[in-house]
Design a protein around this ligand. Sequence first.
Ligand SMILES: NC(=O)C1=CN([C@@H]2O[C@H](COP(=O)(O)OP(=O)(O)OC[C@H]3O[C@@H](n4cnc5c(N)ncnc54)[C@H](OP(=O)(O)O)[C@@H]3O)[C@@H](O)[C@H]2O)C=CC1
Ligand SMILES: O=C1CO[C@H](CO)[C@@H](O)[C@@H]1O
Length: 308
Amino acid sequence: MAKIPWIKFNNGRKFPMFGLGTWKSEPGKVTQAVKDAIDLGYRHIDCAHVYGNEKEVGAGIAAKIAEGVVKREDLYITSKLWNTYHRGETVEPALKVTLQNLGLDYLDLYLVHWPFGFKEGDTVFPTGADGKIQFSDFDYIETWKAMEGVYKKGLAKSIGISNFNKEQIERLLQHAEVVPVTNQIELSPFLNQQKLAEYCASKNISITAYSPLGSGDPKLLEDPKLRDIAAKHNKTTAQLLIKYPIQRGFICIPKSVTKSRIAENMNIFDFEFSAEEMNVLNNLDQNLRTCPFSETEEHKYYPFHAEY
Ligand SMILES: NC(=O)C1=CN([C@@H]2O[C@H](COP(=O)(O)OP(=O)(O)OC[C@H]3O[C@@H](n4cnc5c(N)ncnc54)[C@H](OP(=O)(O)O)[C@@H]3O)[C@@H](O)[C@H]2O)C=CC1
Ligand SMILES: O=C1CO[C@H](CO)[C@@H](O)[C@@H]1O
């Protein structure tokens, strides 16, 4: 079984640099996908309340623990606080719903999913009469203070952020007692995030690369330049796209519900790109964001107006 490298977070905890994504993993398929992944050696699963499938992810985890394939402490489970729970007092109750859905009593990592909030309530995408998402203006500093609270209680072993830009991180750090362990952001050779990654490194915040395969956008998986470099290593373009962030020292969380791809995506630890190849890949940047969440761009905390 391939050996997955570890990253050491700024709080001293280790975390697998490779994991399974679960966005758009249909509830009817994700339990089997999680079971297949664990059988194949995955130990890190990336979840979120908004994905609407945490119960089914949890069923896969529970089955493999019951079978004795893994123990809870062998697994590294991430989830994310959704935008409707940015008021400080709602953070711990939201985390507890996620724990109940996943069938766990702690998370290994809990992230603030986005810097901006939505109108509170049970609807994950609250929509007004104008058809637009309804925002809230809770400050992400308030949200972070409550994240520190669940961390101190041990409900989440590590806490972090997602989709935060440099200025937002800088401001958060001015108020934080606990430094986020990671910023989970979209990253690929076409959106290489060089400047944000350098800034995060300077603050000892790791990077987690999401949508490494382009989230279904064929521009990445069908790119001939990427295919040619991958072929030199007898690898697929998907394998190149997953190895690229990992070779840069980042965590990577490709999603699949297809057993053969779940296996393929992990088969990336027996080769390295040369410095010259990394240089070629780094120079393909074209600021291609497949997850811009444009419906939220009028929010005052929308992160992607800034250069990085
Ligand atoms: N923090 C955030 O805001 C965000 C976090 N994420 C996280 O990152 C994870 C990964 O990103 P995601 O957007 O899902 O997209 P990915 O870039 O991981 O791409 C997933 C797509 O690629 C297909 N695929 C998987 N493996 C292969 C392969 N080897 N060859 C060809 N096609 C393949 C999958 O199909 P199939 O499943 O049918 O095999 C699916 O259609 C998410 O699932 C989620 O956990 C994602 C977006 C935003
Ligand atoms: O992780 C993600 C994918 O799903 C969400 C919405 O459906 C996105 O907002 C988010 O970034």
